[in-house]
Design a protein around this ligand. Structure first.
Ligand SMILES: Cc1cc2nc3c(=O)[nH]c(=O)nc-3n(C[C@H](O)[C@H](O)[C@H](O)COP(=O)(O)O)c2cc1C
Length: 219
């Protein structure tokens, strides 16, 4: 599906068909979309908990109790649910690990380029840690970039999605032991296939966006 078509086809699906499961072939692509997102300095400060079973979705639904109950069915009836998590720190070990992976992948034609990339990444991280004091927020922004990439990416595959900030992140941090592992939950995204009766399909409730005139200044 081309990009403009996908952007108009996709909508936040409120009612997933519990009987429709994403194929193994598409699941491979879904995982590749998650992994291939760009991030500032290639920091990739994320981890994905993916519910691919009823048991996994039940665990994920522990984040939709109480106030967030309106999102419970979107998790239980989806094919898969991805919990996007952000790193809590970018320490020297992690920075070295990134550099090693890039080196193995052939990113550095010579030692000077390697040291420049390493220096640049550490300099950006230091600016956010010490000057702006927003290192975690900066890493979270990279996770949101991945989420945007993901919503469009799965739409091109004809897969429906619902992003959900309406989830108890603390409960999910606890459920998956995320903080101990150096991560925290940011947003969940359910994926699968819409039901015909979903009230939010675009033929019943068309998409609404601010106009080009209001949102753009073209020079
Ligand atoms: C980061 C984010 C969090 C959202 N959280 C929820 C949510 O918890 N529950 C829900 O039903 N929709 C949620 N939405 C869906 C938005 O309301 C929806 O994207 C917006 O109204 C635009 O409509 P569209 O996605 O159908 O084009 C969220 C969307 C984003 C991008």
């Amino acid at each position: 599906m081309n990009v403009i078509k996908a952007l108009n086809w996709r909508y936040s699906t409120k009612d997933f068909d519990p009987n429709k499961k994403i194929s193994e072939k598409d699941f491979v692509k879904v995982k590749e979309i998650l992994r291939m997102s760009p991030s500032s300095t290639n920091l990739q400060p994320w981890h994905f908990i993916i519910a691919n079973s009823d048991e996994g979705k039940k665990r994920m639904a522990k984040g939709t109790q109480g106030f967030f109950i309106f999102n419970e069915a979107k998790i239980l009836n989806a094919s898969h649910v991805i919990l996007f998590c952000s790193r809590l720190s970018a320490d020297n070990d992690y920075m070295q690990h990134l550099l090693d992976v890039e080196d193995n992948d052939g990113r550095f034609p010579n030692e000077e380029i390697k040291q420049n990339v390493n220096g640049g990444r550490n300099a950006f991280a230091a600016i956010h840690k010490y000057d702006l004091k927003d290192l975690q927020h900066w890493m979270e922004k990279q996770v949101y970039l991945n989420i945007g990439n993901f919503l469009l990416g799965v739409a091109t595959l004809g897969i429906d999605a619902c992003p959900m900030e309406g989830v108890d992140m603390k409960a999910l941090d606890e459920e998956f032991g995320l903080r101990e592992k150096g991560f925290t939950a940011i947003t969940a995204v359910s994926i699968g296939y819409r039901t015909e009766s979903d009230f939010n399909t675009t033929d019943k409730t068309p998409k609404s966006r601010l106009s080009e005139q209001e949102t753009m200044t073209i020079l």
